[in-house]
Every structure is written in C-alpha cells, then in structure tokens.
Ligand binder design. Structure first.
Ligand code: CP3
Length: 321
C-alpha cells in the first residue's frame, strides 16, 4: 500500500539523488527503502520496493513514470499485431528484483514477512492499451468487446508474465504476494467474470500450489469482492467504500480480509484516526483472519507521526475487547 514512499522524509532524501526507477533497479537502495517503514513505524510486514511497471519495462515496453500522473507509455498497444509483437519476460532480466528481496529480508533479519507483488493482468493491460491511467477505460473495453482475439492473447501473455515474475519473487524469499488489480473496479461483475477472473484464478492457483499466500487487491467496486475469491487466493483486500464486516459476509469467512481504512483519514488528527481504526477493529474482532491495513496506497501528504500513532494503537488493541 505504498507504505514506503513520498510521505517519508528518508525516502524523499534518497529520491533527491535517484529517480524512482533507478531505486527500483538498484537492490541496495530498494531494500533500504523497503525496510524503512518496518524500522521506523514497526509495521508487521515489509513490501518489496518496486513498481508495477517494472516487468513491462523489462519486456521492452517504452514508458516514463511522470510525477503526479503515473506511468505514461511511448506507444499504446491497440491491435492484434501489437499484441503479437509483445515479448515475453525473461526472468533473468528481473534478477535485481530477486536480489532486492534477499537484501530486504537480510536488512530486517527475517523479523517480518516480505510481501512481493505484481500488477494483475487487467491493470497491466489497461496501461498497455490506454497508454496511461484512464477515467473510463474506453480503449480497453473496446478491445475486450470487439477484438476478443487480441484481448484473449494479451491476457494470456500477461498471465504468463505475472506468474513467472511472482514465482521468481517467491523463490527469492517472499512468503506472500499481492496482485494489484488497481483498475478492475471499472468493470461490471459480469465483465470481470468473463474477461479477467479466469486469468486471476490461474495465477493464484499456481502460486498457492508452490505454498505462497496470495492477496488479491482491487478497489472501487465491492460487487467484485465475492468473485475475487477464487481457488488459491488467501486474502482479499477491501477498500474503504464498504463496511469491512459487510464485505467479509459477502466474501465468506473461509478467506482472510485486509483493510480498510480510508488513506485520507491519515491526514486528520490522532483522535480521529484512532476512532476510525477502532470502528474497523470493532467490526472484525472475534474473528481470525483480519489484517489491519489501509484500503489503498498511503498518500504523500500523510504525516509520519500519524502512521506511527496508528501502528501503536493497532498493536495495543486487544482482540477480545
Ligand atoms: O512500499 C510500497 O508499498 C511498495 C512500493 C510501490 C510503488 N508502486 C512505488 C512507487 C508499490 C506497491 C507500487 C505499485 C503500483 N504502482 C501500483 C499498484 C498499487 C496502487 O496504488 O494501486 C500502481 C497503479 C503503480 C503505478 C504508479 N507508480 C502510480 C500510479 C504512481 C504514482 C504517480 C504519482 O506521482 O503520484 C507511481 C509512482 C510510484 N511508485 C511512487 C512510489 C513510491 C511515487 C513516485 C516517486 O517516488 O517518484
């Protein structure tokens, strides 16, 4: 959830000297950044410091990460020919990611689990097709609805990339991996089931078979939550737009949930943050399998002392209250 990032003073210091992608590609820097929130705030897990664009970059896709915009591609993928021309990911090209994971575990002395991650096929496809983040995903939907051959081939290729990439992260020492399907909320339940879910299930099953816990993340559409529970998925991430107990009831109690504090709450004062955290813990207490978390990424305006206060409060909460 971008727990290491621009809201941290120490990260901003490193960013003055290095571009984001340079940090991602330099294992020593990436591991230093990944360890910072564990060292400074005492969170219960570290997440690999990288970006969802890294595997695409290493497949030869030209792109920039533009401040306050996000990834912008040189040339969007729009036709079957474009999809056919896409290279696969040679995992040797992301060996620095594996090294980052090993160094992160070492920096933290294996005191907490290290979470790996990848963009999920739909979200990666969205960037490839739209060329950048989008409001209504018209080009993505146009391909899905009218160029089924191109869509299916693209999703097959990306599923292979994502599972190879995540398996490489697991081999390097990640105990958990998170699939970020940040833009899947733009789809109806029907379209998600038809055009996205089969690929998610295939990836999750492969990782689960290798003993890795899979967290499935999306945002903005609670109608997708029950569908996201496919075989192999161990944890479902819940954003802040739905009450977490309602979400869990919809999903079913045989899977864990994470969430669901609104990241904007972190900009308020301590008492307000604690009240909102209490409400979430109250809704989930008495059940095993809730991971306290934000509903989406930490905002860059978040005061560091608020993160510290939140972690302290959650750690002090007694489950039987
Ligand atoms: O600590 C962590 O959580 C790991 C770091 C992490 C980053 N990106 C680093 C980063 C993670 C997990 C990501 C994933 C990611 N990247 C996602 C999926 C998660 C989500 O938020 O939905 C997405 C969609 C991206 C693409 C991306 N990269 C965006 C939208 C942005 C923000 C652009 C901006 O300037 O507001 C980035 C840049 C980025 N990735 C930053 C960080 C710390 C901030 C920019 C910087 O340091 O220059």
């Amino acid at each position: 959830m971008r727990q290491a990032g621009r809201y941290m003073k120490d990260y901003r210091e490193i960013r003055k000297k290095h571009e984001l992608l340079e940090i991602c590609r330099t294992p020593e820097l990436s591991a230093t950044v990944a360890a910072m929130p564990v060292e400074q705030f005492g969170v219960d897990a570290a997440i690999l410091f990288s970006d969802i664009m890294i595997p695409l970059l290493e497949m030869g896709v030209g792109l920039q990460i533009v401040e306050d915009v996000g990834p912008v591609l040189d040339r969007p993928v729009r036709s079957l020919e474009d999809v056919k021309a896409m290279q696969q990911l040679e995992t040797g090209r992301v060996s620095y990611v594996a090294e980052s994971i090993r160094l992160t575990r070492k920096a933290l002395n294996d005191s907490v689990p290290v979470i790996g991650f990848s963009g999920a096929p739909f979200t990666l496809a969205s960037y490839l097709i739209e060329g950048r983040g989008s409001r209504n995903y018209l080009n993505v939907k146009a391909m899905m609805y009218t160029r089924q051959d191109a869509w299916r081939l693209l999703m097959e290729k990306l599923s292979r990339v994502v599972s190879d990439y995540l398996m490489e992260q697991a081999r390097a020492g990640c105990q958990v991996v998170q699939l970020f399907d940040s833009w899947a909320g733009a789809l109806s339940a029907e379209d998600y089931s038809a055009y996205v879910l089969p690929y998610m299930c295939e990836i999750a099953e492969k990782l689960a078979a290798a003993g890795v816990t899979v967290i499935s993340f999306s945002t903005g559409n609670s109608a997708l939550l029950p569908l996201m529970k496919c075989r192999g998925v161990g944890v479902i991430s819940v954003d802040w737009k739905v009450n977490i107990d309602d979400a869990w009831r919809m999903i079913g109690y045989d899977v864990a949930v994470q969430g669901n504090l609104d990241p904007a709450v972190m900009l308020a004062d301590r008492d307000f943050i604690v009240d909102r955290a209490k409400a979430i813990l109250g809704r989930t207490s008495g059940r095993n399998g809730h991971i306290f978390n934000l509903g989406h990424g930490m905002l860059k305006e978040t005061p560091e002392e608020n993160v510290k206060a939140l972690v302290e409060f959650v750690h002090g909460w007694e489950l039987d209250k």
